[in-house]
Design a protein around this ligand. Structure first.
Ligand code: SF4
Length: 231
């Protein structure tokens, strides 16, 4: 982990706040990258709204790290929930485990439990920040540090875009950053409990998400799969 890479990330955080002030929000899922970004935001001494989604299907370990971060960084965390009427209608029609029945229904579940609440969380904002890294998946290879997010119609900042997985973990260890206990049980990517699993040695890091779908290899939930323009 080079100090220059940390400085570059800190500079991007400061740039986002300088350009957008209260109109930029960090969408945090409390995975390894996101807790590093939370620590960097704290180090940068900048106030950024931290938003997170409670889909209603999260593992207990995610709630635990959420609260550990709340205490450690003394930052308010805005938790957004799905619309109760939408979830009720979906479950009434398709059952609680609809995501196992088809790719279409899995995407519907992600749409209602994640995309709609994220839209609400980002409404009125002009930019958002994420902890995505380029080498997490082939679908993220084209992502840049600053982009126009065509899907949400706002600017997107990715301060960790150039970090490797090893650098993320070196930072967590060195700075004693709270992290999701599921990572110690071989979950590299953590989302909802029924849609995340541990991976075996040699498997793609995102193979533990929606593993029953064979569609196009590694699946995305849609939060970061939108068409993007590099800046
Ligand atoms: S990850 Fe699974 S449970 Fe969570 S919103 Fe998507 S399909 Fe539904």
């Amino acid at each position: 982990m080079t100090e220059s890479k940390i400085e570059k990330s800190l500079a991007l955080i400061r740039q986002a706040v300088a350009e957008y002030g209260p109109d930029v929000a960090f969408a945090c899922s409390f995975g390894a990258e996101d807790v590093v970004l939370l620590d960097l935001i704290s180090r940068a001494g900048r106030s950024i709204a931290v938003i997170t989604l409670d889909t209603g299907r999260l593992p207990q370990e995610t709630y635990d790290v959420m609260d550990a971060c709340r205490k450690r960084y003394s930052m308010p965390i805005e938790v957004y929930f799905p619309d109760a009427a939408e979830v009720e209608a979906m479950v009434r029609e398709h059952g609680l485990n609809l995501f196992r029945d088809s790719v279409e229904l899995r995407k519907r579940c992600c749409e209602i439990r994640k995309i709609h609440p994220l839209r609400r969380a980002l409404a009125g904002r002009k930019a958002w920040m994420t902890g995505v890294r380029r080498d997490q998946a082939d679908s993220r290879q084209q992502m840049a540090a600053v982009e126009d997010d065509a899907h949400f119609g706002i600017r997107k900042f990715n301060p960790l875009i150039e970090w490797s997985e090893a650098e993320v973990w070196a930072y967590i260890r060195e700075h004693d950053v709270p992290y999701n206990a599921l990572h110690d049980r071989h979950y590299p990517s953590i989302g909802c409990a029924p849609c995340s699993r541990a991976i075996a040695v040699g498997e793609d890091p995102r193979a533990g998400r929606w593993w029953w779908e064979q569609e196009d290899g590694v699946a995305e939930c849609g939060l970061h799969a939108s068409p993007l323009k590099k800046r």
